[in-house]
Design a protein around this ligand. Structure first.
Ligand SMILES: Cc1ncc(COP(=O)(O)O)c(C=O)c1O
Length: 371
């Protein structure tokens, strides 16, 4: 498998840099904060927890809490796994050499790399930059699919652009998939972080019988250290095959993570409110920062979620800009080339409380530049 460019970059710099401007998760919750939200019965589960193996599909209460996020999903339609693991398992289970997939691009690398490694053809369905945002042409799908296409892979709210389609557009993607019998793998890791709840799309597992929704607690909930995510689908046969595959990855989730995951889902209202407030505040700071430096950056306002993908307009390539900011003021910025996307874009993350400080450091570095 080719190295995962973004994850290798994080592995190298995330814990060395003084500030990270490009994180995609929301401000991490501490154990004390999370346990402080726990209701009596869940606290009891935590105190009484025994550290044995857990059920492969996930703790029944955790699966029930997950099911509560959807309209048509029962606990039995859910498999718990670390989000990245869930992508790997779903692709390994659904795809075979010679299949073809269409993937919204740029994309989180595993959303196409696992398919490529299996021996599938991959066609990128590119988001196009517009004057001040992004656009995905849903009408292009017909040109992108082939006879051997087996799956469409979508991701809204999107990483790294913060783009999201409208509800009618999502429905037409579902109709397209249904008419051709395609699986629709929907990475919904950033769902529930819409700035305005009217922009929230229905989950694909609710809309489509061959839809698979991936979600988890890493991003919107600010709990990536739990490594709790899930697949939700009404295709029970597929879920059964995923469970059988999981015997070759982790077998089951960590017992403490499952209980903490139950507590997080039961406390979702205050957690999501907190994180949406952080993102909303940082979004305003970012918009002002880029407006004041319109000679150096083109700001592409995100529509939902905690990331955005502005463009660097300076003379040097974006990789040199990112390197200079890291070396000069200790701030890690992710260049768009890690998403295999030309055009001098870079990702910023709006979910962390120290975002204004990280941006302030960047401003320091740019002080002598013509803005
Ligand atoms: C779109 C998307 N899907 C899946 C994941 C994987 O999540 P995790 O790192 O919690 O496994 C990420 C992480 O950055 C992501 O951005």
């Amino acid at each position: 498998m080719r190295p995962f460019k973004l994850e290798r970059y994080f592995a190298e710099y995330e814990f060395k840099a003084e500030r990270v401007l490009s994180a995609s998760d929301c401000e991490t919750l501490s154990m004390a904060e999370l346990l402080g939200m726990a209701a009596g019965a869940s606290l009891e589960l935590w105190r009484e927890l025994r550290l044995g193996y857990t059920e492969t599909a996930g703790h029944p209460l955790l699966r029930a809490e997950v099911a509560g996020l959807y309209e048509t999903i029962a606990a039995g339609d859910v498999m718990i796994a670390a989000p990245e693991e869930a992508i790997f398992i779903a692709m390994q289970t659904l795809l075979a050499p010679g299949d073809h997939v269409v993937v919204v691009s740029p994309a989180y690398q595993s959303l196409y790399e696992v398919a490529r490694h299996i021996g599938c053809g991959v066609t990128r369905w590119e988001l196009e930059p517009e004057r001040d945002g992004w656009r995905l042409e849903v009408g292009r799908l017909g040109e992108l699919v082939e006879d051997r296409t087996r799956m469409l892979v979508i991701n809204f709210p999107h990483n790294p652009t913060g783009y999201t389609v409208s509800r009618p557009e999502l429905e037409s993607i579902v109709e397209f998939a249904r008419a051709r019998g395609l699986y629709l793998f929907s990475d919904e890791m950033y769902r529930l972080l819409e700035y305005d709840s009217s922009a929230r799309l229905p989950a694909v597992c609710d809309l489509y019988e061959k839809g698979i929704s991936l979600a988890g607690l890493s991003k919107a909930f600010g709990l990536p250290g739990l490594r709790v995510g899930w697949l939700a689908t009404r295709e029970r046969t597929l879920l059964g095959r995923c469970l059988a595959f999981k015997d070759y990855t982790t077998i089951c989730a960590g017992a403490p993570s499952e209980i903490l995951g139950i507590i997080a889902l039961q406390s979702r209202e205050p957690i999501l409110l907190r994180n949406c407030e952080i993102v909303g505040g940082n979004l305003a700071v970012a918009a002002r920062f880029f407006a004041e430096r319109a000679g150096l950056f083109a700001w592409f306002a995100p529509k939902a979620g905690p990331v955005a993908f502005p463009r660097w307009l300076g003379e040097e390539p974006v990789e040199s800009f990112c390197r200079d900011v890291l070396d000069g003021v200790g701030v890690m910025v992710v260049p768009g080339s890690l998403f295999e996307r030309p055009g001098n874009h870079f990702r910023i993350g709006l979910g962390r409380r120290d975002f204004p400080q990280a941006l302030g450091r960047l401003a320091e570095r740019l002080r002598d530049r013509r803005v």
